[in-house]
Design a protein around this ligand. Structure first.
Ligand code: PBG
Length: 326
């Protein structure tokens, strides 16, 4: 018996054939740009560990957002960085309608209406003096249920400011259910929740901590997930979907492709991934040394995240990549 002459290389022979059989293709609309708005700045301030990313003034925020929207990105995720004087133990500047994050959300909605998707980070770490994602109990641990009460109010404040979607990223138990209930009770039934469902307590967030001037001493291991665990991520996702999450997210992205793939198989809501600051910084640093082809590595990493199953990716390269894809 002779074997047929099967040659997979036939489909790799020319660029046109390869394009025809390409299984994963990036599009601008699935990319979301995270943006940092800093209180009291008079001009944009570079973030040294995130070359090319800045803390924005209200004016420069609108400029960067306009560029992103014109390039076709799918949405904007806003982080607020308050003045140090406005940080306190309970993160009250996060609830203030005139707090920096809510001001920025209002600016973005005023500028873009429904022409893009305005998302706001729903977490306390930028607003607390101690830098934790929640309020502290007497023993110094993060008090889950006391934090939930604040998240509920913060969600309503962000929706009032005009967010289309809130992004709870604090990994408190029960946060999605509490936020959903609070939004509904305030008449915000149409505001969606992008849940950071599987968020790992890894070392990839280093540059972000500079970006938001985090004051955190210690770590977040009592609330974010332990990197070795996959089944625990499925449990978190099941809970978030049951509590009303509209989109679930995995974070970081590239080191957790197996988690993205497993979640994609399990749920019917859209799956997102956050290509975090450390992933960005590694590529930029290697490229600056001439050690890798920057553009190809950026596209390859985003393609891998999509191939694993993420339908939406948050990335600091969103505008640039959207422009490349045009
Ligand atoms: C918490 C939050 C973090 C990031 C997004 N939301 C930081 C953390 O958990 O320490 C990290 C994003 C990045 O590293 O790019 N508000």
């Amino acid at each position: 018996m002779s074997f047929p002459d099967i040659r997979p290389r036939r489909l790799r022979r020319t660029p046109a054939i390869r394009r025809l059989v390409e299984e994963t293709r990036l599009a601008p609309s699935e990319l979301v740009l995270p943006l940092f708005l800093k209180e009291g700045l008079t001009e944009p301030k570079p973030i040294s560990s995130l070359p090319g990313v800045v803390q924005h003034t209200r004016e420069s925020l609108l400029k960067a957002a306009t560029e992103a929207v014109s390039a076709g990105v799918g949405g904007l995720m806003l982080f607020g960085v308050p003045d140090n004087a406005n940080k306190d133990a309970t993160g009250s500047a996060g609830l203030d309608p005139d707090g920096i994050l809510n001001v920025g959300v209002r600016d973005l909605r005023r500028e873009f209406g429904d022409a893009t998707v305005v998302m706001s980070d729903l977490c306390l770490d930028e607003f607390t003096s101690h830098g934790h994602c929640g309020v502290l109990a007497a023993d110094g641990s993060v008090d889950n249920d006391a934090t939930l009460k604040i998240y509920a109010e913060m969600a309503v404040a962000q929706a009032d400011a005009g967010a289309h979607m809130v992004g709870p990223s604090g990994m408190m138990d029960g946060q999605i259910g509490v936020i959903r209930k609070a939004l509904d009770a305030a008449g915000h039934q149409d505001i969606a929740i992008l849940a950071y469902s599987a968020k790992y307590a890894g070392a990839f967030y280093g540059p972000f901590r500079e970006a938001v001037e985090s004051t955190l001493q210690g770590d977040r291991r009592q609330y974010q997930q332990d990197p070795p665990n996959l089944r625990e991520a499925l449990r978190e996702v099941d809970l978030d979907v049951a509590e009303g999450a509209d989109i679930v997210m995995v974070k970081p992205a590239l080191p957790y492709l197996d988690v993205i793939a497993a979640i994609r198989d399990r749920v019917t809501v859209p799956v997102a991934a956050y290509q975090v600051s450390g992933e960005y910084a590694m590529v930029e640093a290697a490229a600056a040394n001439g050690w890798i082809d920057r553009e190809r590595v950026i596209l390859e990493s985003l393609t891998s995240i999509k191939r694993a199953g993420a339908q939406i990716t948050l990335t600091y390269w969103a505008t640039e990549v959207a422009q490349m894809l045009k």
